[in-house]
Ligand binder design. Structure first.
Ligand code: 4NP
Length: 165
């Protein structure tokens, strides 16, 4: 299972989701054969490390995102990944618009896997402050844990979206 986390700039939310998911998968579900990557729908920050506020928030929660460099999603990603997980509804709409029909059913929102979070969007923290970046870590931890549970119980169901391709 190869999973791509997607946000707008690939410097705040999706690198956090990638790093948190990879760490939790190693720690809590080492039997799962799963890879994680991330990308942005926009190219403003290609090649840059994560936003310093995301690096700091991740570090406060015990995650190291320092190896990440931002990249923009490309056509090959829709063929390569089993699951493409958007951080918010805007990212989801952008992905749906870019994706070939056969990939539509593999595009979901991360927080669909965290029904207890009470929301579906990981809010964009870019114009926010430290608590907004802490909320990103908290929400992606919930999403990552829910996703790991779903993968452990029924990997094939995870990639199927009602009405998708
Ligand atoms: P991200 O946050 O999508 O979570 O990486 C943002 C990063 C950059 C911008 C917006 C959101 N920007 O407008 O440059």
């Amino acid at each position: 299972m190869d999973i791509l986390f997607v946000c707008l700039g690939n410097i705040c939310r999706s690198p956090t989701a990638e790093g948190v998911f990879r760490a939790l998968a190693l720690r809590e579900a080492p039997e799962l054969v799963v890879t994680a990557d991330s990308a942005g729908t926009a190219g403003y920050h290609v090649g840059e490390p994560p936003d310093h506020r995301s690096l700091a928030a991740a570090r406060r929660h015990g995650y190291d995102l320092s190896a990440h460099r931002a990249r923009r999603i490309g056509p090959q990603d829709f063929a390569r990944f089993d699951l493409l997980l958007a951080m918010d509804a805007s990212n989801l709409a952008d992905l749906d618009a870019l994706a070939p029909r056969e990939a539509q059913g593999r595009i979901r929102l991360l927080l669909e896997f965290a029904p207890d979070a009470g929301r579906l969007d990981v809010p964009d923290p870019y114009y926010g402050t430290a608590p907004d970046f802490d909320l990103v870590v908290d929400l992606v931890e919930r999403g990552a844990r829910g996703l790991l549970a779903a993968l452990a119980s029924a990997p094939s169901v995870v990639a199927a979206r009602p009405g998708g391709g």
